[in-house]
Design a protein around this ligand. Structure first.
Ligand code: EPU
Length: 433
């Protein structure tokens, strides 16, 4: 499968605060993907609204079609997924290798069909990204596991998973979602301890209850799922994808560095309480309403120190770690970041250093940043979705022109980013090859 070779060209503002206007937030990538996977436990067609037009949604649609499901578009942001004729139990290798969220499909596939085969899931290269939690959990629910010919194979003896008690050794977003979905059709009770509390997980659980699932403990770290029938939705029922807190958070950080009056619309500020607090402590003038964030300050921010560690929700999101590093280069005399979730998520700093940032990488988890520094435009390769957006942000505040390759990674998670950024004053163009 070919991926586009597009790249972005950005003319930086050299530190000036020139962005202004309104920018609207789309549905969350990490909420729409599990919602799409959940269609496998529905016996009726399932409607999803506020679907972002991003590459990962296309990949998830392709995976579902490969299982013989029907995925149809309803208007610009609607999808209807009908899995009533789905009968395949093998996930396409090329597509799964491009999308970590492909693994979420395994839970509903195994509980509905009694077997599922898949390659090691891909997605962003963020260190090892193991699947031990998944394998251990499915074994507890009665599946056997085998690795053969480049695929993992999970199979139940009876054609059904049974309930079980799973204690996750760490909080994992996709593992929680996968077992939530597995529990819906498993026989008996599934109890999940130490589950992730990210808003996308809670939104998925609430949606499942809306369509008939029996789940207790939503919003706590223990979920109890009473297995039973497939879910059903009426023709006019739908799930509306929650706003993308990472897109909103990235734009908010950009606004705090480079805008003089920016409104971020259609977001949920409650999902961003900690990042908002951190920006306010740095002097940013931020007003929030029920579904908007306004950055009003036009003064140059400067703080002596900032020490951040990434943490599961409601801690500081690892997906905002690269954007906040760019922020530190602009406003902070001495900053440190401790990336606690992934071990391969700081490699992008070498390119920020090439842009002139004063960053020291101590090990795979720790960096320190000295600033403020006027960055210089450079040619860089986006290594993953979130580092890609951070490079766009760095290029906007830098002096001169930057070229950011691997637009595909940014397109995986952000819809038409160049068009939306142009509306708030960014000088950005996409070059397609
Ligand atoms: N982990 C294991 N064993 C497993 C599964 C995970 O050790 O079997 C570890 C991971 O290596 C990591 C930790 O658990 O150290 C937590 O990772 P988690 O499983 O929560 O991450 P994920 O579910 O693979 C989701 C998001 C990521 C986001 C993380 C953390 C989706 C599709 N992906 O990944 O989003 O960074 O949670 O919040 O929901 C992104 O959108 O760019 C992205 C990478």
């Amino acid at each position: 499968m070919q991926q586009n070779k597009d790249y972005f060209v950005i003319e930086g503002f050299g530190g000036a605060r020139k962005l202004k206007g309104k920018i609207s937030i789309n549905g969350a990538k990490n909420a729409v993907l599990p919602a799409m996977a959940s269609s496998i436990v529905f016996k009726t067609p399932f409607n999803i609204k506020n679907v972002p037009q991003i590459e990962d949604v296309k990949r998830m649609s392709e995976l579902l079609k490969g299982l013989k499901s029907k995925v149809s578009h309803k208007g610009k942001r609607g999808l209807t997924i009908d899995t009533s004729k789905a009968n395949k139990t093998v996930l396409d290798k090329d597509i799964s290798k491009r999308l970590r969220a492909s693994i979420i499909l395994i839970g509903p596939m195994l509980s509905r069909f009694g077997e599922a085969s898949f390659p090691h899931p891909g997605g962003c290269v963020l260190g090892a990204r193991p699947i031990d939690l998944f394998v251990d959990g499915f074994k507890k629910m009665g599946a056997s596991f085998e690795e053969k010919d480049g695929y993992y194979h999970l199979k139940t003896k009876t054609g059904k998973l049974h309930g079980g008690e799973i204690i996750f050794k760490l909080q994992s977003v996709t593992a929680t979602e996968t077992f939530l979905l597995a529990g819906i059709l498993a026989e008996g009770k599934t109890i999940l301890h130490n589950v992730a509390l990210e808003p996308e997980v809670i939104s998925l659980a609430r949606m499942l209850v809306q369509f008939g699932a029996k789940i207790d403990g939503i919003g706590t770290t223990t979920l109890i799922i009473e297995g039973g029938e497939m879910l059903s939705a009426g023709e006019n029922d739908f799930y509306e994808v929650i706003p993308d807190r990472i897109e909103a958070g990235s734009l908010m950080i950009l606004g705090a560095m480079a805008s003089n009056n920016l409104t971020i619309e259609n977001c949920n500020p409650e999902h961003l309480s900690l990042p908002i607090n951190i920006l306010r402590e740095s002097g940013a003038n931020i007003e929030t309403g029920p579904n908007f964030v306004k950055i009003k300050s036009d003064k140059k921010l400067e703080v002596d120190t900032m020490d951040l560690r990434t943490h599961e929700y409601p801690g500081f999101p690892t997906d905002l770690q690269a954007p906040i590093t760019v922020f530190m280069t602009q406003v902070c005399k001495e900053g440190t970041i401790f990336e606690t979730i992934f071990e391969g998520r700081l490699n992008y700093v070498n390119d920020l250093i090439r842009m002139g940032a004063d960053i020291k990488m101590w090990d795979a988890h720790h960096i320190s940043v000295k600033g403020p520094t006027l960055l210089k435009g450079r040619e860089v390769e986006g290594p993953d979705i979130r580092a890609g957006i951070a490079f766009i942000m760095a290029a906007i505040v830098a002096e001169g022109q930057s070229i950011i390759h691997n637009a595909y990674f940014i397109d995986r998670g952000y819809e038409s980013i160049e068009k939306r950024l142009r509306k708030i004053g960014v000088k950005i163009k996409r070059v397609s090859n």
